[in-house]
Design a binder for this molecule. Structure first.
Ligand code: NAD
Length: 486
């Protein structure tokens, strides 16, 4: 097995241990064993990182020198490619990624996505001029400038760490911001590896900082509270997102939130059931359901409900998950014992609510890591907690619908609005459903929206703002309108 050195904090262009000298164990989800240690940053360390990022924003040319940013971020891109195998080893070891997810969001996809950001930096119109206006007797030229938002606190989760760390930090840096990255405690290395890469570039000190910590709330919230931080870019649970928004409101601080989901996959009555129903297993078991956009509610026509349940039972029971080193495997363990307990808690809730456990619901025998069996619940109605709350595990709930209108109503009956999908023999009919769904992303007949230039984010309590695409770049910009007499 690959061995990993203890990771350090990265502050002001230097790798340093935590001021307290403390470090904490990194537990591998696949084995449940300690795979190494990360520096346990405290509020004192975070304070130093914020000071460094503020100094770099105010005192260096980073925010205004596009050529410098292009040069440095091109070097950063090369570093990502050079470290690809290490990153894969880390994603497997600390995020519990099976090999089958490495080509996707756990490694190759996010590395390739930075090219779009570099191209955006090359071509983006940071300045434009509006025609002369004479609104109040002063004929004026108007210039609209797009400027870096400032110091960004990036707070990220553990499920697809490289993807989310890069989807925040790369556009923020390209836009001219300076960044303090605070990863989830469970996945420190997929953040500190970015510091290693940044350190080998010509990036001015303080432009990029990484603080790992076992105390997420205190150190994360410090970024929100500190007035030297201009913007928070957060991905995580809706509960923590609400808290961040409330705390940030004291300073009217800009917040960009990517939160939870409970996305519905609608199967219409003309769909090819044999082909479509088993794909539900893929959608919810990918990375053991630890995806904010996983399709965790399946809506099927009432007339064919039991037929669908039978197909799902077969598909879920045949789904492979015991060998994370197999390239055919896309389901692995949950991130931690705590997360496993949470998922098993929802299995209990589902049973107490009267749902029928069709398959799974337990811990498989003979595996050391934090695994839960692929799980299907039938006889679910949309008011149940297992249909409304994000479980973040390999658990599918199946709800009957009575036609297109009813399916749309059920899909939209959620506090979340992140993603979803529809299957029909008719693209026209499926697109008509897509137009009525209140979510930020949508898949029609298996279409895949996940790409560097596709904006990703949520309606309702799934968030505010968009990651990736041009929109994901513009999040890190402010707009200044300047007028001069014509
Ligand atoms: P989480 O909300 O518990 O933690 C996310 C991050 O916030 C971590 O870095 C954590 O240390 C930090 N944090 C915790 N309390 C904080 C506080 N009071 N102030 C500031 N920071 C704090 O989420 P998680 O368990 O790490 O990840 C799973 C969640 O993330 C799920 O709800 C999932 O839907 C969501 N998620 C959303 C997206 C998206 O793009 N919408 C993507 C991936 C994951």
């Amino acid at each position: 097995m690959t061995s990993f050195e203890d990771s350090l904090l990265y502050i002001d262009g230097r790798f340093v241990p935590a001021k307290s000298g403390k470090k904490y164990p990194n537990i591998g989800p696949t084995t449940g064993e300690v795979i190494g240690y990360a520096a346990d940053g405290s509020t004192e360390d975070m304070d130093a990182a914020i000071a460094a990022a503020r100094r770099a924003f105010d005192g260096s040319t980073w925010s205004t020198d596009r050529e410098l940013r292009l040069k440095v971020l091109t070097q950063f891109r090369e570093g990502l490619h050079a470290n690809r195998e290490r990153i894969k080893a880390m994603a497997m070891a600390e995020a519990g990624s099976p090999v089958g997810c490495l080509a996707g969001p756990q490694c190759d996809a996010p590395i390739s996505f930075v090219d779009f950001v570099l191209e955006t930096l090359r071509t983006f119109a940071f300045e434009r001029e509006l025609p002369v206006a004479n609104t109040m007797g002063v004929p004026s030229r108007r210039l609209v400038w797009k400027e870096a938002a400032g110091v960004v606190g990036a707070i990220t989760p553990w499920n697809v760490p490289l993807q989310i760390n890069l989807a925040k930090c790369f556009p923020a840096l390209a836009a001219g911001c300076t960044v303090i990255l605070k990863p989830a405690p469970e996945t420190p290395w997929l953040a500190t590896v970015l510091a290693e890469i940044a350190d080998k570039t010509d990036m001015p000190p303080g432009v990029f900082n990484v603080i790992t910590s076992a105390m997420p709330a205190a150190v994360g919230e410090q970024l929100v509270v500190d007035p030297r931080v201009d913007m928070i870019s957060f991905t995580g649970s809706t509960g923590v997102g609400r808290r961040i928004m409330a705390v940030a409101s004291e300073q009217v601080k800009k917040v960009f939130l990517e939160l939870g989901g409970k996305s519905a996959f609608i199967v219409l009555d003309d769909a090819d059931f044999e082909r479509v129903i088993p794909t539900s297993a893929f959608f919810v078991l990918y990375h053991a359901g630890q995806g904010c956009a996983s399709f965790t509610r399946l809506l099927v026509p009432r007339a064919r409900y039991e037929e669908a349940i039978g197909m799902l039972k077969t598909a879920f029971e045949a789904f492979p998950y015991t060998d994370p080193t197999s390239e055919h495997q896309i389901m692995g363990p949950l991130i931690s014992e705590r997360q496993r307990e949470r998922v098993l808690g929802y299995v209990k809730i589902g049973q107490e609510e009267g749902a029928r456990l069709v398959t799974g619901g337990g811990v498989p025998e003979g595996l050391k890591g934090f695994y839960v069996q692929p799980t299907v619940f039938a006889d679910v109605h949309n008011g149940m907690r297992i249909a409304q709350e994000e479980i973040f595990g390999p658990v599918l709930v199946v709800i009957p619908h009575d036609g297109d209108d009813d399916a749309v109503r059920i899909a939209n009956d959620s506090i979340f609005g992140l993603s979803g999908g529809v299957a029909s023999a008719s693209n026209k009919r499926a697109l008509a459903v897509a137009r009525r769904i209140r979510t930020g992303t949508y898949s029609v007949n298996g279409g895949n929206y996940f790409a560097a230039d596709t904006p990703f984010g949520g309606y309702k309590q799934s968030g505010i703002g968009r990651e990736m695409g041009i929109e994901g770049f513009e999040e890190y910009l402010q707009t200044k309108s300047v007028a001069i007499p014509a």
